[in-house]
Design a protein around this ligand. Sequence first.
Ligand SMILES: Cc1ncc(COP(=O)(O)O)c(C=O)c1O
Length: 377
Amino acid sequence: MQLFDVYPLLDIEPVSALGCTVTDAQGVRYLDLYGGHAVISIGHGHPHYVARMEQQLRKIGFYSNSVQNSLQKELAHKLGILSGYPDYALFLCNSGAEANENAFKLAAYKTGKSKILAFSKAFHGRTAGAVACSDKPSIRSPFCFPDDSVCFLPFEDSEAVEKELKSGDYAAVIIEGIQGVGGIVTPSAAFMQTLHRLCNQYQVPLILDEIQSGYGRTGAFFAHQHYGIEADLITVAKGMGNGFPVGGVLISPDFTPRHGQLGTTFGGNHLACAAALAVLEVMEQESLITNAQKIGDYLFEQLSGVSKGISGLRGKGLMIGFESGPEYPGLRNDLIYKEHCFTGASGSNTIRLLPPLCLTMAEAKQFMTSLNHIINE
Ligand SMILES: Cc1ncc(COP(=O)(O)O)c(C=O)c1O
């Protein structure tokens, strides 16, 4: 059997990794400013993470959601405290798209409505509901929600948002804390505050997709906390398990659970909880949110001083985007193949920096040396 060929692949095979370094099958070491697509949060192979996972696997790796699992309760408690949402409830699942699907369901159950308001350039995942709310027609199959079930509006158009919400048709509004796949696009605090107010006014649940921008990446636990707002439902995945598949929905106390309303076979299994707990423990012990802010500020300052080759610098903490100029069409590939430095991409010329939150100052400097080297070559 062959693999179903849906991914354009880099010609590199990572075989081991530690901290922010990935080593390939030929023994070449790469500085990782991509984190396997914003997934590696506390660093590759963190000793505490490895030990906790190993110990858990020796005890019990999985049992179904029909029995008591105190690790789930421990995780919900710790996540509530560290994220600033101690009175919310947690539903555990396996991926980002699945977290969004469950958030849509909860909102629809609560309101009795079915329409979703989303935003231009949004990406919320590949499953039916999530892809319908992603502003990327090329990834939608004919098996999809009807076109009029999702309305896309541009950021900053509060009037249009109000006009839609007034209609009384909406189950939810979904927005990313900072758009990732869309190319690191940050809504203004004023727009987010208005959106929050309008959702409250028209009683439409606000879903914050923090799958990429959450878990400390931007220098706050959630990106929306920079705007001084709260959400009704918050979706998480990626950095939550540092590579182990785990996702979740943080649910406001306004939602009342009912048995059978949501469910999953694998979600919240023992190993996933051990991974997610290890991530939170390391984030806390090593002050990784503060580090993301500090190193992110340094990178931002250094990048804004680069006088040619890049433009449109944006982002917060360790979620940074910029465009490579037309004279450097292969900047990402040059960084990878010549300087041995992984970064993310978006579209044809946007570079995304999404490194592990433990990136050191020395590693940030190493990246700047590599970038300047290519630009000035
Ligand atoms: C903002 C956002 N939401 C949802 C998803 C989907 O997550 P997953 O691939 O785990 O389903 C992604 C993945 O890139 C994302 O960036």
